[in-house]
Ligand binder design. Structure first.
Ligand code: BGC
Length: 737
């Protein structure tokens, strides 16, 4: 066996099989909106229930309170709160649920939690799920997150977050699907379906525009023109609603000068009206009271009135509805009919979820459903496809069989509890495998693996024993260093002004590079970083958007060649922070960069192009795209742009490639993006093999909104580009009649 075959053998033998949904153990019944006679019967039951409710009991249904010092379980028995959040212990949840039986009307509770990327078994952060470009895996991640949380007695999640963003500085990139509206819409639907299949009702959030915070600074105001609101921000919400999302959460921020939680035209006219949303709208945490901070209300009573009249049905945690709605109704400032309408929406969700028919909750079985082998296997499957290989200089990866020793550097490589949104208090949890252990397991005793943290902690912000790390590196054939962000640097409220590696990490990396050993960098980040300072000097770069419980196993599998990477970037990676916002589907300018002359768009001190484009990701295989053919060169406005392309795997092992189809309308009544992703599909192609991928894009999806929010599809020529990133060059033209 020659060295190359030996190196690629694991890949030839073991391309990870797609997980089989059919093998999952039975779980709770999937949630779905009832239709027809069943839905009509529910409305009649709501009428009957409303007729029996006092005003106080009605307001109670709109009051969402959370675990904490102030919470009193008897509020449930008193009918003063119909929804609770942030409970995670099955025993506590059982106790709160038991209060329902003490209440006069016994209306079941809805219990919410941010079960974002798992509960006992963690999956990649949502942005990492998006990087799989595999909606089936994304659905699985949501399914398990729901199943595990559901087993503890939770029945509602504050997910999926489907805010669009083009700004890597914004810390909540991690919770979304990146910059592309088509990808984000497909993923929004997949996540809703997955959560519902696992037994949690969803809350699509944050309506709307939260991800467009100016300067990437969380909670900052957003300015979104009408056409962009409808073309770019709203489509994922439309997709989530079509997929059956039960609730929608408002944004904490103000759009175009009006805080979303107090914006009637957004919440009532757009969401409940034009988008036809039938479920209930919940505020974000305290965002009703925050109308005071926004300067839109002088006190909590006014805040309650404004949010309620805007169409926000449920008040999360501010207590303003609880304290003031009754007075507002008595004083005639809030119509009683509006109260009935809001309560109807909450009850509708509870009825459609089947909560009134649910058997009593048994807290003793929760532990059984945590971190099952099936959940862990699926978590590994998602992590494998989530890894994006950004650089592989001279085929540094998979590691050659001549490698006899590896120095693993960085506390993140051995850390076993990455930052998570919510913690499954007290329930069984997995200690995620460590990277050095996984390398040892896969490479066997003949390859020596050493470890040095290099930095003070896994949080990666304070300098540690650099000299020790350098000594470890010098003694090894290859260095694998895991850097990035964790702890209090990721998630909500963690905007960055600098997207380079923090100085201590860059210094450590420079010292490792200076040893002359090939360095493989694993970026354990949750947003695009600026890699310009080192990317040309390292052997390989693997982007890992916090991969979850099985992440370090998946990384070891890629490094050793047991898995062929297939992740793609869901966001553009800039060359410099100053390029942000940078995204592939921008409009053309009147002065494109053609000759690098002064009066062409660009920067005097940086290139115009990003470091890595949207959709980019390398494989151990080499794929080529040929034979792009369209079924017809002319299509009608109600027709479909259909065609096919051949993908060949011309070098390397079997692998998966993402076929990406972009469309550009050449001339229109307004300037149109230089290209937009309209179709993608991940295909598996055997070594030396080929696959023909068919695509079909409805012409009605190729239009845009004008400044009056009217949608139109204009006739004319549309260019089609096909390839494996947003720079795809294989092209054809179709005419829409
Ligand atoms: C976040 C929401 C989250 C809520 C409850 C807020 O601060 O913006 O997305 O669901 O807290 O945890």
């Amino acid at each position: 066996m020659n060295a190359l075959t030996r190196r690629l053998l694991p890949l030839l033998l073991a391309i990870a099989p797609l997980p089989a949904l059919a093998q999952q153990p039975p779980g709770p019944p999937a949630l779905a909106w009832k239709t027809g006679a069943e839905a009509r019967a529910i409305e009649r039951r709501i009428d009957a229930l409303l007729a029996r409710m006092t005003t106080a009991e009605k307001i109670g249904q709109l009051n969402l309170r959370g675990r904490g010092d102030e919470f009193r379980p008897e509020w449930v028995a008193q009918g003063r709160t119909g929804a609770v959040m942030n409970f995670t212990s099955p025993a506590e949840i059982a106790a709160v649920r038991a209060q329902v039986a003490q209440s006069r009307l016994k209306i079941p509770l809805i219990l919410g939690l941010d079960a974002i990327n798992g509960f006992a078994t963690y999956f990649p952060q949502p942005i990492g799920q998006a990087a799989t470009f595999n909606p089936r895996l994304v659905e699985l991640a949501s399914y398990w997150s729901a199943r595990e949380a559901r087993a503890t007695g939770i029945n509602w999640t504050f997910a999926p977050m489907i805010d669009m963003t083009r700004d890597a500085r914004w810390g909540r990139n991690m919770e979304g699907a990146g910059e592309d509206v088509h990808l984000a819409s497909v993923i929004a639907a997949a996540r809703v379906v997955g959560y519902h299949r696992g037994g949690l009702a969803t809350s699509a959030k944050h309506f709307v525009g939260y991800g467009a915070a100016e300067g990437g600074r969380d909670y900052n105001s957003v300015w979104i023109p009408v056409s962009q609101l409808w073309d770019y921000q709203i489509p994922p919400f439309r997709a989530a609603i079509s997929a059956g999302a039960f609730t929608v959460m408002t944004s904490l921020s103000a759009m175009n000068g009006i805080a979303a939680t107090g914006d009637r035209s957004l919440v009532t006219d757009v969401l409940k009206g034009r988008l036809g949303f039938r479920g209930f709208v919940v505020s974000d945490f305290d965002s009703v009271r925050e109308l005071i901070n926004h300067g839109m209300a002088s006190d909590r009573a006014e805040a309650a009135r404004k949010a309620f009249l805007a169409g926000v049905d449920m008040d999360m945690m501010s207590g303003a509805y609880d304290a003031h709605l009754a007075d507002e109704i008595r004083a005639g400032r809030v119509p009683a009919a509006a109260l009935d309408e809001a309560v109807r929406r909450v009850l509708r969700v509870k009825f459609h979820m089947g909560l009134f028919e649910e058997p009593p909750f048994d807290p003793t079985t929760a532990a059984r459903d945590m971190a099952t082998p099936a959940a862990r296997a699926d978590s590994l499957a998602v992590a494998r496809e989530s890894i994006v290989m950004l650089r592989n200089h001279e085929a540094a990866l998979p590691l050659r069989s001549s490698v006899r020793s590896i120095a693993v550097v960085g506390g993140a490589a051995t850390h076993q509890e990455d930052w998570q949104y919510s913690d499954n208090a007290g329930l069984p949890r997995v200690r995620p495998p460590k990277l050095p252990d996984e390398l040892t397991r896969l490479l066997g005793p003949d390859v020596a693996i050493s470890f040095a943290p290099g930095l003070a902690t896994h949080c990666n912000l304070a300098a540690g024993d650099t000299a020790g790390a350098v000594r470890t590196a010098e003694a090894a054939d290859v260095v694998v260093v895991m850097l990035g962000e964790d702890c209090e640097q990721i998630g909500e409220g963690t905007s960055r002004a600098h997207l380079d590696l923090p100085p201590v990490q860059q210094a450590l990396l420079d010292a490792l590079i200076a040893t002359g050993k090939p360095v493989v960098v694993i970026l354990h980040t949750t947003r695009p970083f600026v890699l310009t300072r080192f990317e040309g000097r390292v052997a390989a770069i693997l982007q890992a958007f916090h991969l979850g419980t099985e992440g370090r196993t998946a990384l070891a599998e890629v490094i050793t060649g047991h898995v062929n990477p297939s992740g793609k970037l869901p966001m553009t990676f800039p060359r410099a922070t100053g390029q942000v916002p940078i995204y592939y589907d921008s409009l053309p300018t009147g002065r494109p960069r053609l000759t690098n002359a002064r009066y062409e768009t660009g920067y005097t001190d940086e290139k115009l192009e990003p470091l890595y484009p949207f959709g980019f990701g390398l494989s151990f295989s080499r794929f080529t795209f040929e034979a792009l053919t369209l079924d017809a060169p002319r299509v009608a406005r109600d027709g479909t742009v259909a065609g096919s392309v051949r993908v060949s795997n011309i070098a390397g092992p079997a692998g998966r490639e993402v076929v990406q189809v972009y469309v550009r309308q050449k001339v229109a009544s307004r300037s149109r993006p230089v290209r937009q992703l309209r179709f993608f599909e991940k295909v598996e192609v055997a070594a030396g093999g080929q696959a023909t991928v068919r695509f079909a894009i409805p012409v009605r999806s190729l239009g845009f909104h004008d400044d009056q929010a009217r949608y139109r599809v204009e006739p004319g020529e549309y260019e089609i580009y096909v390839g494996n990133d947003s720079n795809a060059t294989l092209s054809a033209t179709v005419t829409v009649r």
